[in-house]
Design a protein around this ligand. Structure first.
Ligand SMILES: Cc1ncc(COP(=O)(O)O)c(C=O)c1O
Length: 363
């Protein structure tokens, strides 16, 4: 038996959404609607695909390790400098890199219980304790978080809007929290779903960075940009933070096709607008449809909804839906034995889900 550190032996692996091919193979169904991983139902930007394809002709060369063109394009779009940008193999890599870079032995990370599980996993994978403050009605309770700040807290992870809950906190709440955070604690605001937000009091995190330099903002190309399979994310942070991350990261952490696709995706405003419009129409449609079937649905600012089906064990409902050719995400692992997280699909996919649920819930 190869010895591993006890914190590695204790790790539970991340459970991803079930891939379409696996469902087809195991359940003998076709035309599967995958509503399990908060991907973009419209697919990627055609311009991004063309750019990635073109870049493939040059994949005998290493990518630009500094991602010069992509960081430049992001900097122009966001109104920051390239020195304030780190890019990663998905924002997931950057979240983990933050722990590796800034949290020493005996120090801690802080987040909310029931939020995105990667914050805890990334901490545990490096033998660091992740302190979790309770949520309130499936929303971040930033006061409860502030109460748990300690001398050992090095990094705070906040998902806004949150996954899997879909809920958000306001600019006023975030400001009050940041006032309470010492300047030597890094606050990573994970905005993976920010492009889907329509709440008027949602924080302008990039503007808040001017007043709170310890604030870093992570975002991804996996959601609205539809490039989850290429793995690309970015972090906006102080040049000092970015420089330290640069020392620790792998030399070529984002691929040539991913960098090229990222630049093209940023220019494709039409794809962005269509993706936003789809979510704006499907979020109320699916939420209302689920409520009509007796589910509790949390208000969402994302491209998914969290629904609870009282009396319907999550694992069994998930399995039954697979047999109907619909993949959702059961929330047992998030302490919701009858909960499901459902990504907004195309109208036909959402109707397929509602039809299947109608049949199953009646049975
Ligand atoms: C809140 C949140 N952060 C980060 C990620 C990671 O995204 P990626 O690594 O694909 O950029 C996800 C993916 O589901 C997410 O929901």
């Amino acid at each position: 038996m190869l010895p591993v550190p006890p914190y590695v032996a204790a790790l539970q692996p991340y459970v991803p959404g079930k891939p379409i091919e696996e469902v087809e193979r195991e359940y003998g169904v076709s035309n599967v609607a995958k509503l399990a991983s908060n991907e973009n139902a419209l697919g990627p930007s055609p311009r991004a695909v063309a750019a990635a394809r073109e870049a493939c002709a040059k994949v005998h060369l290493y990518p630009d390790g500094s991602a010069f063109a992509l960081r430049g394009a992001l900097a122009r779009k966001l109104g920051v400098t390239p020195e304030e940008l780190a890019v990663g193999n998905g924002s997931n890599e950057l979240l983990e890199l933050v722990v590796r870079t800034f949290v020493a032995e005996g120090e801690e990370t802080l987040t909310a219980e029931g939020s995105f599980v990667v914050y805890r996993l990334a901490s545990q994978a490096h033998g660091r304790r992740c302190v979790e403050a309770p949520m309130r009605e499936r929303r971040y309770d930033l006061r409860a978080l502030a109460e748990r700040l300690s001398r050992r807290t090095r990094v705070v992870f906040l998902a806004n809007p949150d996954n899997p809950n879909g809920t958000y906190f306001s600019e006023a709440e975030l400001r009050a929290f940041l006032e309470a955070v010492p300047r030597d604690v890094l606050v990573v605001l994970d905005e993976a779903y920010v492009e889907f937000v329509d709440a008027k009091d949602f924080p302008d995190a990039l503007a808040l960075r001017r007043r709170f330099p310890q604030l870093a903002v992570s975002r991804t190309f996996s959601k609205i940009y539809g490039l989850a399979g290429l793995r690309l994310g970015y972090l906006v942070a102080s040049p000092e933070v970015v420089a330290f991350l640069d020392r620790v990261r792998a030399p070529f952490n984002t691929s040539l096709p991913a960098q090229a696709a990222g630049v093209a995706a940023l220019e494709d405003e039409e794809h962005l607008a269509r993706s936003r419009a789809l979510v704006a129409s499907e979020r109320p449609f699916l939420s209302a449809g689920l409520r009509a079937l007796g589910a509790t649905v949390w208000p969402s600012q994302t491209n998914f909804v969290l629904a609870d089906f009282p009396g319907r064990p999550g694992g069994a409902l998930f399995e039954a839906l697979l047999r109907e050719g619909v993949v959702v995400r059961p929330m047992g692992g998030y302490g919701m034995p009858t909960g499901q997280r459902i990504t907004l699909g195309l109208r036909a996919e959402n109707e397929k889900l509602l039809g299947a649920l109608k049949k199953l819930l009646r049975a």
